[in-house]
Design a protein around this ligand. Structure first.
Ligand SMILES: [Zn+2]
Length: 475
């Protein structure tokens, strides 16, 4: 009798070993070196019972079929990296995804962004840019015959952050470059490698003539890097499942906990004037610098006593000063300075709490420095207003994916908590779909020389393919 791995308990240490994520770091979670082999599958014959009269495919057949498609996967990844899909330009990458889905015999469906519907949705983040021409792409792989398993969303985001300063890249960031076992370029890590792995997993199963016993929704969404509103739009379109995996590049780990993120701008106004008078004037730039220091106290307070699992981190909550725009002439006292911030929050903390802390810190700084501000600064919100998210270590999804992973690699994955945010909160909270992140091993996300370890892309696809067999069932 073939056992169902979906209900197998994971080794006991898995549920108690939630550590920091190595996202964009120099090593795998848990200090494991990058895996040496692209295919390390174990041919243990376990999986969902096949329907009467049919044989379930063996693990090694699935892993082999997916590995056979590694050239296709890497070529797809390169085509995606070759497209500049920074905010507002995502469509070039979505066209590549549509083509790849069609090549697999699936029907890509556009889920266009609807500004009015998003602004009315409590899980959406505020935005002040045009979204009318943006589209998420979803393809549903439906059972060919007979339902019976659990449904699944496989999700990735097509948008990438700016590669600036481009002059620091050795090569064009939007031209994929392979060196040894690594592929370089903006988005190679975050997270076009994950999209390639998702499609590679589906391709391998389809080459074997298999189909899932419950719907598998393959999603490529926009705006993960600034709002999460692409994923919100898929929820608005009705996409939900028994589980979701987002193929973010956390490498050899399952991410079960993530912080929330709030973006805000602080606008400081002052009277512009001649530099010759600057000794008696208030500079919007210099006033803004004082506010950065004031906001660091909020960050310090949040880091003072982190709740588990973030107590494993030295500094789990980061305040990032991401941009400053002010002034346009060396001999003019600047009349306005806009500083753009990002701050994190623990799962369970309402966004409103962090907004209140930020606004109070700004107000306190102004009150403490009479004369330093010409007018009261204004705090404005656009971009992420995202709460944290976590899924229990003993959740069926975590246990089942851990079990699939352990069967393939011979050892269980680490469960990790990340100090960044992903669309998991959108699918998990707004969509009601239990969600984890699991993806390739990569380095330098958002940095210069971003890269992904190619064997890990293939391995991610193999684990996903096996997980489709375990979770959805295949015939
Ligand atoms: Zn990402």
């Amino acid at each position: 009798m073939i056992r169902s791995t979906a209900l197998d308990p994971v080794p006991p240490q898995i549920g108690h070993d939630i550590g920091p994520a190595a996202y964009a770091g120099s090593q795998l979670a848990g200090g494991v070196a990058p895996p040496e082999r692209a295919y390390a599958g174990l041919s243990v014959p376990v999986g969902q019972p096949p329907p009467a009269g049919e044989m379930a495919p063996q693990d090694h057949e699935i892993a082999d079929a997916i590995a056979q498609g590694s050239g296709w996967m890497i070529e797809l990844l390169a085509r995606l990296v070759d497209k500049d899909t920074t905010l507002g330009r995502e469509e070039a990458g979505q066209a590549v995804i549509r083509d790849a889905l069609s090549e697999l015999g699936l029907e890509p469906v556009d889920v266009p962004m609807d500004a009015a519907a998003l602004r009315a949705h409590p899980a959406a983040s505020p935005f002040d840019w045009e979204v009318a021409d943006k589209r998420n792409v979803v393809a549903t792989w439906s059972p060919a015959s007979g339902f019976g398993g659990l449904s699944l969303i496989l999700n990735g985001h097509i948008d990438v952050v700016s590669p600036e300063p481009c002059s620091r890249w050795v090569r064009d960031p939007f031209t994929a470059h392979v060196e040894g076992e690594w592929l370089y370029g903006r988005g190679a890590a975050d997270m076009k490698c994950g999209l390639a792995a998702i499609l590679g997993a589906v391709k391998g199963l389809r080459v074997l003539g298999l189909s899932p016993r419950a719907p598998v929704h393959i999603q490529s969404v926009v705006e993960e890097e600034c709002t999460g509103n692409g994923a919100v739009q898929t929820v608005l379109a009705g996409y939900a499942a028994d589980a979701a995996i987002i193929a973010e590049p956390f490498g050899a780990a399952i991410t079960t906990s993530q912080v929330g993120v709030l973006w805000f701008d602080v606008v400081v106004q002052g009277p512009p004037g001649h530099a010759a008078e600057s000794g008696t004037m208030v500079s919007a730039i210099e006033s803004s610098l004082a506010l950065i220091q004031a906001l660091r106290t909020v960050e310090a307070e949040l880091n003072a006593s982190p709740p588990p699992p973030y107590d494993r981190y030295e500094h789990p909550i980061s305040l990032n000063v991401g941009q400053i725009h002010a002034g346009d002439w060396n001999s003019t006292v600047p009349g306005e300075c806009v500083t753009g911030y990002r701050i994190a929050m623990y799962p369970g903390t309402p966004v409103a709490d962090i907004r209140e802390r930020v606004e109070r810190a700004v107000a306190d700084a102004v009150a403490a420095q009479p004369g330093a501000f010409a007018t009261p600064p204004e705090v404005r919100y656009r971009g992420f207003a995202a709460e944290g998210y976590q899924i229990p270590a003993d959740h069926l999804l975590v246990q089942s994916l851990s079990s699939t992973y352990a069967r393939h690699f011979g050892a269980p994955p680490a469960l990790v908590a990340t100090t960044g945010t992903t669309d998991a909160r959108v699918l998990g909270v707004a969509g009601g779909t239990p969600t984890v992140c699991f993806g390739p091993y990569a380095e330098g996300a958002h940095g210069v020389g971003e890269r992904v370890y190619l064997p890990s892309v293939i391995q991610t696809a193999q684990v996903m393919g096996l997980f489709i067999k375990d979770w959805c069932g295949v015939t």
